[in-house]
Structures are given as C-alpha cells and as structure tokens.
Design a protein around this ligand. Sequence first.
Ligand code: FAQ
Length: 346
Amino acid sequence: MVTAEVAEALPAQTPEDRFEAVVAAEQRIEPRDWMPDAYRATLIRQIAQHAHSEIIGMQPEGNWLTRAPSLRRKAILLAKAQDEAGHGLYLYAAAETLGVDRAELTEKLISGRQKYSSIFNYPTLTFADVGVIGWLVDGAAICNQVPLCRCSYGPYARAMVRICKEESFHQRQGYELLMTLMRGTEAQRRMVQDAVDRWWWPSLMMFGPSDADSPNSARSMAWRIKRHSNDELRQRFVDMSVPQAQHLGVTLPDPELRWNEERGGWDFGEPDWSELNRVIRGQGPCNAQRIERRRAAHEDGAWVREAAVAYAAKHAAEQAASHVAEQAASRAAEPVQHATEQENGK
Ligand code: FAQ
C-alpha cells in the first residue's frame, strides 16, 4: 500500500497523483489539498444533503415537544432536537471548508435545488412515532454514518465521529421509550405496532435506491467517500433490527422476511421504489409543509443574522481602533526609550 509519506517522496508527482495516492493509502484529504472538481462537487452535494436532513429532521419530532406525556420525556426530546441542530451546524461547517457558503446552501434547500432525506417527509401521528424514529431512523442513520467516520475527506469524517456518538444515544433513547410503551396497556402496544408498520419501509429507503439504480455509488466508493453500497448497508440494518424487533415484541411489516442460513442474513422484500422516487421528487406526504416551515423559520430568523453581522462589524471596528491606538502609543514611547538608553550610556 502507498503511504502518504511515500507518495510525498515520489519525484515529479502531479496533484492528481498525490490525491490518488493519499486516498489509496487511507489517509485524509484536507481543505487546502488539491482535489478533483467532481470530488469537491460530490462532497458538497452529500454533506449539504446530510446537513439539511438534520435540520429538517427536527420537525417531525418537534411536533411532539409541546405534547410529550411527561416533563422527563419533554426534556429528552428537547435535548435530542438540540443535538440534531448541532449536527446540522457541524455539517454546514464541514461543507464550508469546500468553499461554499451556508447561506447559499440554505437558499438551495428552500428553493428545492438541494435534497434532504426522504424519511422526514412522513408525519408523526402518535408519541410512539418519537420512539420509532429513535429506534429505526437513528438506527438507520448509524448504520449509514459509522462508515463515514472513515470518509476520505477529513472535515466530514471528523464531524461524523461526534455525530455518531450522539446518534447512538438517540437510538437507545428511542428503544427505551418503546420498551416502556410495550410494558404498558394493550392500546399502547397497538400504538407501537402501528408506528413500526408506518416507519419500517421508509427507514429502509433512507439508504437510497438499490445499487443497480444508484448513479453516484461507484464513484463515491472509489473515492472512499462512501465505504459500502446502499444495498450492503440496508442489509446490515435489517440484520441489526430483526432481533431488536423480536426482543421488543413487534412484527416487522414484511411477509418476505426470513432467515437465510446459507448467507447468514435476513432475506427481505423489495421496498416500493416508486414511493421513494415520489418522495424525493417532492411529492411525499409532508414535503410542502417541511419546506414551508423551514422557509418561515429562515425568514423569521433574518433579524438574528442581521444583528450578528452588525455585531461582528462593530467588534471588528473596535479591534481595529484599539490596534491603531496601541501602535500610536508604542510609537510615542520610542523616543523616551531611546533617550533613557542614551542616559544609561548604551
Ligand atoms: N432521500 O446515487 P445515490 C438522520 C438521492 S440524517 C433523499 O444512491 P448517494 C439523522 C441522492 O441524493 C439522514 N434523496 O446517491 C436524524 C441522489 O440524488 P442527487 C441523512 C435520496 O449520494 C435522525 C439520488 O437520490 N443521512 O437521519 C435518498 O450515492 C433522526 C441517487 O442516489 C445522510 O444524508 C433519500 N433517502 O447515496 C435526524 C447520510 N437516497 O444528489 C433527525 C449521508 C438517495 O444525485 C432524526 N448520505 N437520494 O440529485 C449518504 O450516505 C448518501 O448520500 C445516500 C445516497 C446513501 C443518502
């Protein structure tokens, strides 16, 4: 394997060669390194989509903040939504290292020119949905994102390390909520099963289209941005979730689900790809509502951005003025110092 040190030492190395060698050696590409334009564009597309998903992803759960059944559940949910806002911010910051501006990315989201995960276009009808989002949606996010901690682009990989730790906490929170409901009344158990029935297939769709229909996978895997294909990760998620569903006491809504002894994994049915395509195209149950809410929040927040810019300008002007004053004071002190040195016979 070529290491970066070896790559560095190669004579007459082109930037392209160095890029390829660093990626092949499992080292990181950093913001100031040369990178192919298409690599940069792919990262901006994926990181922006990921950041938008975290921000829009607060909405379905936010629906239950004022109606959580206890103060404890409300505090937990509020903390989870705050984590998601934080994830969005790390990811926008990672995207900015590639030379794009966060304001520009937000504009692209609210004008429909950039995507966010299909999963957040489904409604949260009962409080059990909050538990199922934690268990299945965060569970799918973990399966997809743990390998991204080894992504070839440094700032994205590093952001993912912290995000994954928090997602794993979120998943356990969701599972604990569901376990509590399953120990409750018959009506609560039915509520959990109903939520699982509605969220199972959309969770499988989070991994993207099947490998045969995934135009970006091959190149992203060659560049070591993605480390596994969409289908590989989907399989990993099913294998992880089936025993968890059994332990919980719910049925996954897939009649084709059965253990395959030969491959040591669960066989499962084909997701409805036409539904995924509809949701990605903006025709899911809540697409219009999600974007409208995001646009309103952005417009309502205009005064905060203006205040922050005004404060930054004032702070910079104050710093510049104090720098000028310091320089003037040190120039004024110079002749005195010179005279003192002469007096001392230096
Ligand atoms: N939804 O060629 P591929 C979370 C698009 S965060 C919408 O396979 P790629 C935390 C795709 O962009 C969840 N669009 O694409 C949380 C591409 O369109 P484009 C978000 C989708 O990039 C939990 C086209 O289809 N996670 O859950 C979807 O190689 C709870 C062709 O697809 C990430 O973003 C979809 N499901 O693979 C928050 C993880 N699938 O751009 C709150 C990082 C595909 O060419 C509560 N992203 N598309 O026009 C990835 O790993 C990848 O981008 C994939 C897609 C796997 C999503």
